[in-house]
Design a protein around this ligand. Structure first.
Ligand code: HEC
Ligand code: HEC
Length: 407
């Protein structure tokens, strides 16, 4: 604990003790998530005399389809500020697609299909791996729905190699980086910018990853009503939001959605059903159907939800936990081996799972009902900070369409 944290801790303690003497405040200050000081990421300032910062270079790369095989897809195609730096789709469309968000369609009738997962937001990915004390290690930050990669730097190189996301047929996977580096070296503006930020002959895989990661670390949103409430502004959250926060904790949602990012960043099997747009079952991490707990910050703009977007709204998402909890407790599944329960447009537990495959923390959730769901949704809305950087570059050095073929 550094000094500021200790002071903060003491301050919170005094505050809690002071308020406990007044019954009317009891409910208001019961913030189960503590209030760790979220330390903002280090962003390297421009080198001496350089005109462009590392993150500004990264931003250009993020928006430039020059990084995609067929020059039609940028990172921003699937991580766009209009959709909270996700894409508003159940499953993403990369190479050969046209348009943005739910309206995007596969323009070319070829062998390149859907990306088999839902695009997660890049907002606050700077903090992936953060623990309950607010500590995090950017080099070990878990990435993807199955935590298969570590660090934003390493992650950024992945989509370039992916056939469906960005590579397509233009070059083989083995030649991906050489091809991209050769393209960037042929663009004077990139030569100059890389030179300014990293020195001569510096268009390398590592520096491409580093620049994109530096940009992503500027996309943060940590001034939500909840954050202001935690800082002592009693009026920042409504009574319903406060009730929802308390129910969220009492029911046990915070067993996994813990810490300042509302995620333990661990893998859990909660039993989300497959998306029937895919011809195979997505078995998650190591064939266990486990996926990483996502953050609950800024969900307003990043739906649909779950690793494959099968939950259309928060109501349906949270309703699923009642089904999963009942299934794990061996009731409410109609006795069938297929987990078919619930009704209406509710989601069933994945039929490839047995009750004892489901995470104990789901099995042990306390009972809850529709009123609780309404209150919890209100609380999740209090985790929304709409004031993240939504700016889009006017042009990119390649001269290609900014953000790819998204018009
Ligand atoms: C075609 C759509 C698409 C494109 C293009 C794309 N992504 Fe993604 N991105 C996704 C999907 C889908 C996932 C989740 C994949 C998974 O978990 O297996 C993802 C995951 C991520 C994550 C992990 C977030 C987390 O919390 O785990 C980051 C960071 C990210 N992308 C950044 C980028 C960057 C940088 C680029 C460009 C180099 C890029 N993406 C290009 C769709 C896309
Ligand atoms: C066992 C750990 C665990 C518990 C307990 C838990 N969650 Fe989750 N939560 C997850 C995981 C893992 C996912 C992602 C699952 C997937 O996509 O397949 C998730 C996804 C979500 C999402 C979707 C977010 C997005 O971006 O797609 C919401 C909303 C959510 N949980 C809310 C809740 C609420 C409310 C509770 C309490 C009723 C709860 N969770 C309890 C682990 C948990």
């Amino acid at each position: 604990m550094n000094l500021s944290k200790i002071l903060l801790f003491l301050f919170s303690l005094t505050f809690i003790l002071a308020c406990q003497s007044d019954d009317s405040f009891d409910n208001d200050i019961d913030n189960p998530f503590g209030n760790p000081d979220i330390e903002e990421p280090d962003i390297t300032p421009p080198n001496n005399g350089s005109e462009i910062s590392e993150s500004a270079l990264g931003k250009l790369l993020f928006w430039d389809p020059i990084l995609s095989g067929e020059l039609d897809v940028a990172c921003a195609t699937c991580h766009h500020p209009d959709f909270g730096y996700a894409d508003g789709r159940q499953l993403s469309i990369g190479v050969g697609g046209q348009g943005l968000g739910p309206d995007r369609f596969d323009q070319v009738n070829d062998d390149i299909g859907l990306v088999p997962r839902n695009s997660p937001t890049i907002i606050n990915t700077a903090f992936n791996g953060m623990d309950v004390d607010g500590d995090y290690n950017p080099n070990q930050a878990p990435m993807f729905w199955d935590n298969r990669e570590r660090s934003l730097e390493a992650q950024a190189i992945g989509p370039l190699h992916s056939f469906e996301e960005m590579r397509g047929h233009a070059y083989s996977e083995a030649l991906t980086m050489d091809s991209i580096i050769a393209r960037l070296e042929a663009i004077p503006e990139y030569l100059q910018y890389f030179n300014e930020v990293y020195g001569n002959n510096s268009i390398t895989e590592d520096n491409i990853g580093s620049a994109i990661a530096a940009f992503e670390r500027t996309i943060i949103a940590i001034n939500s009503p909840f954050d202001r409430f935690s800082d002592g502004d009693q009026g920042a959250m409504t009574q319903q939001q406060i009730r929802g926060m308390n129910r969220f904790e009492q029911i046990g949602c915070d067993d996994c959605h813990s810490g300042p990012m509302f995620s333990d960043f661990e893998l859990h099997t909660i039993g989300v059903p497959d998306n029937n747009q895919l011809s195979f079952s997505d078995e998650g991490a190591n064939g266990t159907y486990a996926f990483r707990t996502p953050t609950l910050r800024n969900l307003d703009e990043t739906g649909p939800y779950f690793h494959n977007g099968v939950a259309g709204n928060l109501q349906q998402t949270i309703q699923f936990y009642i089904t999963a909890r009942n299934f794990a407790n061996n009731n409410g599944n109609g006795g069938g081996g297929n987990g078919g329960n619930g009704g209406g447009n509710g989601l069933n537990v994945n039929p490839n799972l047995n009750p004892n495959d489901i995470d104990n923390d789901v099995e042990n959730l306390r009972n809850f009902d529709g009123d609780d769901i309404e209150d919890i949704i209100a609380f999740i809305r209090a985790l929304e900070d709409p004031n993240f950087d939504r700016s889009i570059p006017a042009s990119v050095p390649s001269g290609l369409n900014v953000g790819g073929n998204i018009d």
